[in-house]
Design a protein around this ligand. Sequence first.
Ligand code: SF4
Length: 376
Amino acid sequence: MDISIITTYRCNSRCSMCNIWKNPTHPDYEVDLETLEKLPAGFDYLNITGGEPTLRKDLLSICHTLAPKTKTLEISTNGLNGDVLESVVRKYPNIKIRISVEGLDGKNDVIRGERNGFEKKLETMKRLIAAGGKDLGFATTFQDENSDQIVVLYQLAESLHVELATSALHNGFQFHKNDNQIYDRVRVAKQVEFLVTEMLSSWKVKTWFRAYLNLGLIAKILGQQRLHPCKQGTDSVFVDPWGDVYACNVRNDLHMGNLRTQSWQEIYQGDVAQAVRSKVTECPQNCWMVSSAKTAIRNKHFARLPKTSVLRWVLINKLKLLVGRSIAFERYVDYAHVPDSSGATRRVSYLERPEKKVLQPEESRRYTQLDSYFNR
Ligand code: SF4
């Protein structure tokens, strides 16, 4: 199974679609190595995330503690701290690094509130490539503001021989956000169709399955049912900076336990975890979060292989493209019944906008948007 460790809620980006940066944790109270040591070995993927994990002064020690516990160790980062990332890649060349980028040049900077952010990320990526990184990539979140650059970002990643991981705008209590909505769902979904076609036209098998994950994002963007049931809490969990374990980062009521005060076995095999899993089975949210999508399309016997239905979709549509036909997206997603979200709250850029940060105290574990999962 997969696990995401949110090592900090400090962040040096100021994104329009996430309010973590406004609610930073105090470094003295963030999950420590002793707590992380309690995790068992044998994970398939372990993601070190945030906030911005490179702000942790002990990031190398965190990697040292967690690397033996997983087949694939990943860092999700904004890529602004190139020095830190380069030192990690030099020590762990196989580590998976995904740098968040929301568009080219000014587009990225406006969405993520990062001065010269795009330039810095590109420079960091080139440094990591030169340092011998073996599993590098960008990660982007589809939204109205960058939907016209989705394919361009993919082509940028291809030109550097790195991957492009994708997700769609969503809400979550851990993002302190409940008003993220795509304003023009059909327009954004149609742009993602181009990416799906482009990915399936490549000659990298792994990219074909990324195309399928993006088909799932089209369904999410259109406000429709997930393509596969969610298995959060069983196949994937999140640990927050206070050691609290949640089935996912969207619903705050899926709390499974605390790694500081309990053992992993107590949490994962306990009655609370079982009750949480029942809630997940009935979850109406239909999100297609990366963690829940990746695990949902996996073969239940061989975690590194896809489900048969996914394999079938890939093969049928790859063959179609090979003989010059196009993918019939309307067979998989419903463009006729799309909820109207044109009146949704407009996101604002924090690039030039002053905003106060509120340091979170140790005990209160302040999450400000506890009803976020009711809003799709
Ligand atoms: S579908 Fe429900 S349980 Fe699954 S990740 Fe989304 S909000 Fe969490």
